[in-house]
Design a protein around this ligand. Sequence first.
Ligand SMILES: Cc1ncc(COP(=O)(O)O)c(C=O)c1O
Length: 370
Amino acid sequence: MAPLDIEYFGRNADIANGASARRELAENASQPYKFAYARTALKYGLRVRGLVAGDSVLVPDFICESAIEPFDELGIEPLFYPIDPTLRPDWDAARLLIKPSAKALLVAHYFGQPQDICECLRFCEANGLDLIEDNAHGYGATYKGRLLGTFGKIGVSSPRKSFPISNGAYLYLADDVPIDLYELRLQPADSDTLLGKGKSLLRGLAPVAALLRYRRRLAEYRRRVRQSPPPYDSQDAFRSTRMPQDYGMDEANHVFLARQNLAEAADKRRAIYELWLGWAISHGLAPVFPRLSPGAAPLVFPAFAASRESRNDWFIRGHRAGIDMHSWPTLPRVIVEGNGGAMRSWERLVCFPIHQGMDERALESRLTRI
Ligand SMILES: Cc1ncc(COP(=O)(O)O)c(C=O)c1O
């Protein structure tokens, strides 16, 4: 077995923006507003819509903890509603949770597959709620030709998850209301120190870069052969600490994103998704989305294994084959403790990687090794 090409099959793509470039905050005079993280974008969106402590928002129970941070920070109560096996809201259950303090419904376009926007808007209209679109997974995805995130009163995306940039998230607002962004700062990075600048200059030299790449591949190869996969079967292993400050997007990242052809990137992602789909069905996995919506921009290929044990077995097989198969999400603690439907979904869900840098033929041949 040769050292593996981790950039294509893992999640560790090289950061695209030059770390040695002078860093500055992205210009933020107009929409979409730019942040380092979607959670911060959501926090500013909630604030600018006038939501305050004591208000509540319907939020899916199958969600990562970081998406809940803004609610905690602002004292807004999340009313967790369940989702069905196709990751669509259970509307009847959601309706029963509505109370006078409920101001909005948040829907997640899981893994870049659009929710049925018309259905969401109908529910919101009937119940006097604002729609919030969490499109953290599907930057560049569209619904009926229009960018996801732009249908709700608030929409957020997190292109840092789909492109190799150090940070980057957008906030879309339906109404052009004044927004106060003076608290945003640049997130400290290694490249800010003199030592960091020296290191990144060295790393930029072609022979040094080649050597580092080789060393990384070798280390990755040894890790895969000798060690166990990352602890994807744990709800605690990847729990992160809160952001200490509200961070803005680096201007270099915004410039990088502005240069991308989003339609082409989504096409490529859908092509890789189809590859995974055929392979997964023939291996007894149940795809979460047997059919992609035409405008989807899939972040990963998600599928359900038959049991928690067989899901864990896929993590091991992927690890050995050099393909990073992983779980999702790190659920809010209260959902883990409730040990209900969201936990049952998490226990069986496997995410298979998609990246527009992937070579489809190479992936096909790699799949034969699993
Ligand atoms: C559905 C969803 N929403 C929001 C977020 C938060 O995004 P960010 O990490 O950019 O703050 C995540 C993070 O993984 C997520 O999965």
